[in-house]
Design a protein around this ligand. Structure first.
Ligand code: MG
Length: 278
């Protein structure tokens, strides 16, 4: 199975500068080389998927873009980081394009050319089109970084962020992905049995939340939760952070993760909660 991390370029790997065309202006974001190396060492193939409409708009040439890419990959190669391929869409936004994000086409190309299992892969970027590209391709998760335009998008996108996870930077992306990759999923039968028991006791699933019978405990999950528990942990932690009531118990994501840092621990706590509710 070939797993991959697809990465937007500007604002995700390097500092966003409007229509970057000069390699001398390229600035790799802090923590990016280490994060990429960790992902690569963790068994993920790395791809860049970049919209370069500046070419179609006539702001710079294809050669300019290749020079920037060569400089970027050269700098990262000195940290042992290797990209399988850089996919780029050079067209202006209104022009027809085979792969311009949010099209999933380049991810499909990587699937066909490199045997990438998209359902076990990730799309990372600083714009909604990056997230949408991942969703359109059926990746395991689209992740928004707060670098580049990301922080602004997070403020403005509202529910368009959907199931995306938002993290500060690529270092956090690597932590999250590697934690998920190394965490065993709860076996399907056990999960179903737990859900059935919860439902029997009056727990309900609505709007991506799990409601306890007395309505005081809301867990944020995805329908009710699919996939591995680390994703669920993370979402739950982010949700709890926003509930003042729980702030004293789970003040930060890190604290939450210390408490629930293993699948067995989470399941045990859910079982306890279920058993304690009438
Ligand atoms: Mg970008």
């Amino acid at each position: 199975m070939t797993r991959a991390v697809f990465l937007d370029r500007d604002g995700t790997l390097n500092v966003e500068k409007d229509y970057l065309r000069d390699p001398a202006e390229l600035e790799i974001l802090p923590g990016v080389p280490d994060a990429l190396k960790q992902l690569q060492d963790g068994g993920f193939k790395l791809f860049i998927v970049t919209n370069q409409s500046g070419i179609g708009r006539g702001y710079y040439t294809l050669e300019d873009m290749h020079r920037v890419n060569t400089h970027l990959t050269g700098l990262l190669a000195s940290h042992g980081v290797r990209f399988e391929k850089i996919y780029f869409a050079s067209e202006a936004p209104e022009a027809p394009s085979r792969g311009r994000k949010p099209s999933p086409q380049f991810l499909f190309d990587a699937r066909d050319e490199f045997g990438v299992d998209l359902a076990e892969s990730y799309m990372i970027g600083d714009k909604l089109i990056d997230l949408e590209c991942g969703w359109n391709a059926g990746v395991k998760q689209s992740i928004l970084v707060r670098t580049g335009y990301g922080a602004k998008i997070e403020q403005e996108a509202g529910n368009k962020l959907g199931p995306a996870i938002v993290v500060n930077d690529l270092a956090e992306v690597a932590n999250l992905i590697l934690r998920q990759a190394n965490s065993p999923s709860l076996p399907a039968e056990e999960r179903e049995a737990l859900f059935r028991k919860m439902e029997d006791k009056g727990w309900t699933w609505r709007d991506k939340f799990i409601h306890a019978p007395n309505s005081t405990i809301w867990f944020h999950g995805s329908s009710p939760w699919q996939g591995d528990l680390h994703d669920f942990h993370y979402r739950m932690a982010k949700r709890l952070e926003k509930l003042p009531k729980y702030r004293s118990c789970y003040s930060t994501v890190e604290h939450y993760q210390r408490v629930f840092d293993d699948t067995a621990g989470l399941v045990a706590i859910l079982k306890q909660l279920v058993d304690s509710k009438k």
